[in-house]
Design a protein around this ligand. Structure first.
Ligand code: ARG
Length: 440
């Protein structure tokens, strides 16, 4: 049998792993991304070992110096970690043994890959939360500039994809994009709260009897406290689940915004800048909303990742199971995907406009002021249902005559027995501003 012997195997484990099984099961190609976190976690653990009297100052300094130097060495290509290791944790320990000799054998004192990987993942999640927050901020700033540019633009609000009521473009932007993203950002603070506890000290599942000072390692890594329960510390991934849920919800919000832009562009109310528009290889006239279609498509991937993670965790008992290894690729894909799509939406916001003239035409053609006229009658003392019926009849009569509500003159209103001053209610711009003022 061809096989390979690793540092985490003993006579009791039963010899070397089959090479093909190792190559299939290793997480190194994925968790190499945790190299920096892994070294940082190990440095903190060394500090905990030294504080607990389990390492001399010299030993600790040797280990810390080597561990701190590794990420840059790997990045520059000076060190290539062994590919035939089960994961980044073992690849680092094997390298350390080469680099500093026997003292490397003390690093894993009172520690397991189970609390190690849980720690790395929490550190990665913390960084991801920060990156997501700043990319959301980038979108919010771009959206504010978009709304500024469109401060005077009036457009239709839709129900059932039919023109409903005049609104301001800035009100649409808030509803379609920014308010949802602000709520997502607030949810990220909830993820931060779930990252407060250090897993280091949980060991394999039962902690350790050795005097490792886990408050030292927790503090060195910026955690608020050491683990309260070793089984929970190494086996729970609630923070990752919540983070992937936030990614899925951001995906949903960006997908919804994209769907709106795609439909507005198809209605001729939105003009896409050439910088973000797709062309056709055959039809020379096309200007397609590719960016928004791709972002909407990415939203589907985010929902899938949430399901993947939930299904991975469901049915697992407390503690560590190798199934958990698969959480990383899902988590990385969700965070990478959502950061990239947020950036694309940020770019899009300086590359599309809602067009005032076609929007006004759509408002007029869609009789969007019907409810405003109705409310004008109510303000003059008419019961709502009566006003509703009167305006409905006016809409029908105008349409029969090939006209719209906005074509009504003061004389037409008077002839219908209504107050001629109600022409003021037929202006979509006034209607949109009056409504927006209520929510200012
Ligand atoms: N590669 C593993 C993971 O990513 C590390 C933990 C392995 N622990 C173990 N007991 N085999 O989850």
């Amino acid at each position: 049998m061809s096989g390979t012997k690793s540092i985490a195997r003993t006579a009791a484990t039963g010899g070397a792993l089959d090479r093909e099984f190792l190559a299939w099961s290793t997480s190194l190609p994925i968790d190499i991304r945790l190299l920096e976190e892994d070294c940082r976690g190990s440095v903190a653990h060394v500090q905990g070992l030294r504080a607990g009297g389990l390492l001399t100052d010299d030993e600790a300094d040797t280990l810390i110096g080597a561990l701190k130097s590794l990420p840059a060495k790997v990045a520059s290509g000076e060190v290539v970690l062994q590919a035939d290791e089960e994961d980044v944790h073992m690849a680092v320990e094997s390298w350390l043994r080469e680099a500093v000799g026997d003292v490397a054998g003390k690093l894993h004192t009172g520690r397991s890959r189970n609390d190690q990987v849980a720690t790395d993942l929490k550190l990665w999640c913390r960084d991801a939360v920060g990156r997501l927050e700043s990319q959301i901020e980038g979108v919010l700033v771009a959206a504010a500039a978009w709304s500024q540019r469109h401060a005077e633009v009036v457009m239709p609000a839709y129900t059932h994809r039919q023109v409903a009521i005049p609104t301001m473009a800035s009100v649409w932007m808030e509803a379609a994009l920014t308010l949802g993203l602000q709520r997502d950002r607030a949810l990220l603070s909830g993820v931060r709260e779930e990252l407060a506890e250090s897993p280091l000290g949980g060991g394999a599942v039962g902690g350790t009897t050795l005097p490792v000072d886990t408050s030292v390692s927790a503090e060195a890594l910026g955690f608020e406290r050491p683990p309260a329960n070793p089984i929970d510390a190494i086996g729970q991934r609630d923070h990752a689940l919540l983070l992937v849920f936030v990614c899925a919800r951001i995906g949903l919000h960006l997908g919804r915004f994209s769907a709106d832009v795609i439909e507005l562009a198809s209605d001729g109310l939105v003009k896409l800048g050439g910088a973000i528009a797709g062309g056709s290889s055959m039809m020379p006239h096309k200007r397609n909303p590719d960016l928004f279609e791709l972002v909407r498509g990415q939203s589907a991937l985010r929902q899938g990742e949430l399901v993947q993670l939930m299904v991975t965790f469901q049915g697992l008992g407390a503690g560590y199971h190798r199934d958990l290894q698969q959480d990383k690729q899902v988590l990385f894909a969700a965070v990478d995907g959502v950061i990239d799509t947020l950036r694309m939406i940020e770019i899009s916001l300086s590359n599309f406009e809602v067009l005032a003239e076609p929007s006004m035409r759509a408002l007029i053609a869609g009789d969007a002021v019907a409810t405003d006229l109705c409310e004008g009658l109510v303000a003059g003392g008419m019961a709502f249902r009566d006003a509703y019926g009167r305006v409905g009849a006016l809409v029908a009569a105008q349409r029969d005559a090939g006209k719209r509500l906005a074509d009504l003159t003061a004389a037409d209103l008077e002839a219908a027995g209504l107050d001629p001053a109600l022409t003021e209610r037929l202006d979509p711009e006034l209607a949109a501003k009056r409504r927006a003022a209520r929510f200012g």
